[in-house]
Design a protein around this ligand. Structure first.
Ligand code: HEC
Ligand code: HEC
Length: 329
């Protein structure tokens, strides 16, 4: 089923190659494969729940060692990801996979994290307490939360609850805050009809991206984030990424053979700002990541012109840092 989808989009693409390349806007040919994202409204940013979530997200006191906040591994200067291959958690240990961006992450429909195993932002935030944030168990995490947040600080967001300070509400607030972190980019202005939003090189890049077959997996508003696929369809991925230790992906938790090396198709929003690449941060540069993808997912060696072209298109997916992606005053 998933294979058919890819084959189909490749066929559509090869028809399009024959059509006149520069006179028509690539939006007319390919725009329907993608969709725009919108900036958050001011009222969404100002909602009590989102403001509470913002405070919690940036609060280092919410970790077991008092030194790690969510933002420690999701930094504004790294597109809300982490330039380190692996991040260091509140136990002083390396994370097992590379940190992922928070911007636009709540729009993903294929589950969260590299293997799509967390159903929601709230589930992810709650799980982090006994994961990255370093608590031995949930009771300790809750006691710590209650030490730093009194009933009044949660009451505006949960007015009808007797005991609003709990991990579930904490997680909900963080999720609502994360949902305000969308980053519209030149690509969105282009899709909306502004022909000057993309450079001619980026428009060529959009054609190359689709014609080569990338959009078979990386489509929709986020150019990914909606489904999972085997990483290494036409070649074992580690032969190209040089990963020292193959990660079996979804298989690790499901133990089903068909889940071996299956990962969620990464979204490509802000991809130019979130190096290093892949679940193990094994590839430093975006042009190399693009070559690896073509080789292991599509069985194709890209030349330098094609690679550059795709990279310049991907650069049009970068938006600016949301004004509320900073600690509250
Ligand atoms: C020690 C570093 C670290 C800390 C602290 C941390 N994260 Fe993460 N985060 C990661 C890593 C690594 C991943 C990828 C995990 C995986 O897939 O195995 C991730 C993934 C995520 C994702 C999934 C993104 C996606 O595209 O699916 C979200 C959402 C997220 N973190 C939110 C949070 C929140 C909220 C907190 C605080 C409660 C937090 N993180 C704390 C390192 C960290
Ligand atoms: C068959 C599906 C498929 C196709 C086709 C595909 N990708 Fe991917 N892509 C994935 C998956 C799955 C991942 C996640 C890999 C991982 O977990 O490390 C990914 C990851 C990426 C990443 C790294 C994302 C990150 O955050 O580190 C980039 C960049 C990328 N793809 C670009 C492309 C480009 C460019 C093409 C076309 C040359 C392409 N992909 C074709 C499935 C695909």
């Amino acid at each position: 089923m998933k294979k058919t989808l890819i084959a189909l989009s490749v066929t559509v693409a090869s028809v399009a190659i024959g059509a006149s390349q520069s006179s028509t806007e690539p939006r007319e040919q390919f725009g329907a494969m993608f969709a725009r994202i919108e900036a958050p409204t001011q009222s969404a940013i100002d909602a009590p729940l989102a403001k509470l979530g913002r405070a919690l997200f940036w609060d280092e006191r919410l970790s077991a060692n008092g030194k790690v906040s969510c933002a420690t591994c999701h930094m504004p200067e790294d597109g809300s990801s982490d330039r380190r291959q692996f991040s260091i958690d509140a136990r002083g240990k390396n994370t097992s996979r590379h940190s992922q961006p928070i911007y636009n992450a709540m729009l993903q429909t294929g589950g969260l994290r590299w293997t799509g195993d967390r159903p929601s932002g709230a589930a992810q935030a709650e799980g982090s307490m006994t994961g990255s944030m370093g608590f031995e168990n949930r009771d300790l995490a809750l006691a710590n939360l209650a030490k730093h947040y009194d009933k009044a600080s949660f009451a505006a967001s949960f007015p009808n609850e007797d005991a609003p300070v709990n991990l579930k509400n904490m997680a909900k607030a963080i999720e609502i805050y994360e949902a305000t972190l969308t980053t519209p980019a030149p690509f969105d202005r282009y899709l909306a009809g502004d022909n000057s939003a993309l450079t001619p090189a980026q428009k060529d890049g959009m054609r190359t991206f689709v014609n080569v077959g990338c959009a078979g997996c990386h489509s929709g508003a986020l150019l990914g984030g909606a489904m999972s696929m085997k990483f290494g369809l036409t070649k074992d991925y580690w032969l190209e990424t040089k990963s020292p230790k193959p990660d079996e992906g979804k298989f690790i938790s499901t133990k089903k053979d068909e889940d071996k090396f299956v990962f969620r198709v990464a979204m490509l929003r802000n991809i130019a700002n979130t190096a290093p690449y892949f679940h193990d941060g094994s590839v430093q540069k975006l042009d190399d990541a693009v070559r690896v993808m073509a080789s292991v997912q599509l069985g194709r060696q890209l030349n330098d012109t094609e690679t550059k072209s795709i990279v310049s298109f991907l650069e049009s997916l970068s938006g600016s840092t949301p004004a509320n992606y900073a600690p509250p005053k």
